[in-house]
Design a protein around this ligand. Sequence first.
Ligand SMILES: Cc1cc2nc3c(=O)[nH]c(=O)nc-3n(C[C@H](O)[C@H](O)[C@H](O)COP(=O)(O)O)c2cc1C
Length: 343
Amino acid sequence: MKLGSIELPTDLLLAPLMDVTTPSFRQLICDLGGVGMVVTPMVFVQQIALAPKTVLPHLEHIENQSPASVQIVASGRNVEHIKKAIDFLSSFQFDILDINGGCPATHTMKSGGGGALLRDYFREGDKSRFQKIIETAIKFSSRPVSVKTRLGYEREDEILEICKMIENCGAEFLTIHGRTVKQKYHGEINFDIIKQVKNQIEIPIVGNGNVIDYESYKNMKEKTECDAVMIGRAVMSDPLIFNKIWKQQKSSKNDFEFPPFTERHTIEKIRQYLQRNNQFIESSSQFWNTDRFKFAEMRRLAIWFIKGIPGYKKVREKLSKINNFSDLKSYIFSKSFEEDFNQ
Ligand SMILES: Cc1cc2nc3c(=O)[nH]c(=O)nc-3n(C[C@H](O)[C@H](O)[C@H](O)COP(=O)(O)O)c2cc1C
């Protein structure tokens, strides 16, 4: 399928997830198949402009994760920072530059970027910053530019007033998380507004929010008529989610039933994922390849992946008490790890 000028193997995008979609996690998801594009977690243009080396770890292996998108956060108050950041990023191999226009996190809002762009567009009479960021990025980037945003700051229909502006600037596609900035992660997804945006503009729309399996993927596509679907938090407990939806899409039989995640997600598979992820970290730079990071990554992935397996709470408790990589590895690959689920 095509998203603007970008050819994607599937219509499923891995959402940017700060502190979650590390290079090793992105690689694991790519290796498991089904994902059409990955997006790095947000990087602040100011940080890239002033201390470019500090963002290097987040871009590691991006050339092997194609199609890939790098997401930036900008306030638009310093156009020089955007130019410098784009110039620095231009030496990396990725396919699209994405602008964060919806993040509700305090530090992003305080920076004047992310969700603050929506807030200020409607409340501070500051209509120009959002537009200036998109225009500047398009002017200086050799890659196409996309925008990821929400329905609005506090009203669910605000996006309808700005989607034309985003299109007219020349954005390649628009991702919409079907909530307002104020809602953060609470409340229902408003499919109807995403559909209204789809009807108003020509560029492709990516629907995002609460997609956790094939049913909710289909629901997002049918209710919004979006061109592609972005999945975030669900991948944390189900790393096979892309593979699973992709296989279900391909199945010609309408009655194709994929076994529930926990039934297929054996201890052995979990160990394989963790091992694969760890090997990848060991082939990464010294920034990632430390016992501290290997420990943190293996423990949190193990805790996410076992969720739902009968007896997982006891195992989770044990995992949370371990405090070093060597003990963690020994426990996960020992017989007692399996036995603890049955106690
Ligand atoms: C831990 C976490 C980190 C996130 N980091 C980013 C980010 O860096 N950039 C961004 O645009 N959205 C970020 N998001 C929002 C997600 O990309 C996504 O829009 C949101 O979680 C809704 O999709 P979901 O219901 O599939 O998770 C983050 C969300 C979470 C939970």
